[in-house]
Design a protein around this ligand. Sequence first.
Ligand code: NIG
Ligand code: FE
Length: 407
Amino acid sequence: MTERCDLLITNVHAATMDPSMPGAYGAIEDAAVAVTGNKIVWIGPRRELPDTAADQIIDGEGQWLTPGLIDCHTHLVYGGHRAGEFARRLGGESYEEVARAGGGIISTVRATRAASAEDLYKKAEPRLKALMREGVTTVEVKSGYGLDLDTELKQLRVARRLAQHLPVNILTTCLAAHALPPEYDGRADEYIDLVCKQILPAVAREQLADAVDMFCENIAFSVEQCQKVIEAAQKLDLPVKVHAEQLARTGATQMAARAGALSVEHIEYITAEDVAAMAESGTAAVLLPGAFYTLKETRVPPVDKLRAAGVPIALSTDLNPGSCPLASLRLMMNMGCNLFGLTPAEALAGVTRAAARALGVCCSRGVLRAGLRADMVLWPMETPDQLAYELGALNPAQVFWGGFGRG
Ligand code: NIG
Ligand code: FE
């Protein structure tokens, strides 16, 4: 009997990234992929393809197909820019010094509060489109430059609106516990109360966030304060993620693991015990080499330990106006290899399978497999090793957004 599908791609090699398939890329040479609606319905070696009729057939011309890329940690909705701060840091001031002097995150908070939703949308769109041009089909967007109820809601609504107008998938995260707003100076516990009792419940009521994040660091919030945010999130049935141990060891990773957090992010300063706790709780690591590079950090996250413990290692841009104004996930793949010692296959896993884990969406995307979303990218390359290696000239031949909006 002839099967029917909407789209059939043949004459491609598939880097499925499916860990149940052989090799680091789970590769299927000379593959075929059938798509119906927004899902992959069949994938395998072309010679095993059942008799199939398709509305559209694409000849992949021997190119490689990968899962759509996933940028699992961004702050891409914000007002203003911090080019002046960049210059100050080049002149020798540290990120922490700039932040303590009223610059840093708080200067972006001022600009974000002052901006209209329309303005925020117009500034965020080109950042998002830059990621999309590289084959990014799912993006996480955090709030955290509002630090008051109205502006946090404004940022998250803009993030949701971007997904209504563009074919990319957006998952939103409320990061109200990002920094202490100036009006709460000296009253951090009161601000945490506002986050837990007003901001998070309001965000949940409007279904504006898929997760809750917090900045647990000496220049931001303590483990005790973050623990309260975690409890508030859990009461609202929202999964948690934690910016942890970027600048110092604080115990944030242990706290996150105990809470069953989806991910801990940055984690340059984690220890062997922290890695063991992550492995135990199934918490993913999100490495952010662009922030490490921009801040000229020297402490590298313990990739060997994470790898040995089998912790999923995701890679992301951290796209933000301070520590990483670099809208390129491909650049992060290259940095993940050159700065953190990932293999090219680990870098691709970091922006597909592991990134889906870090967002809690690995049941719907992150690998090429029948039943999952047909978020896919066709690349004119001879081996998937080229993705982390070559920048600028190696770009997607075609991006499939859930099978649709092919372009
Ligand atoms: O992930 N860590 C906190 N937030 C961002 C930096 C934000 C900023 O500097 O504006 C980060 O690196
Ligand atoms: Fe961040």
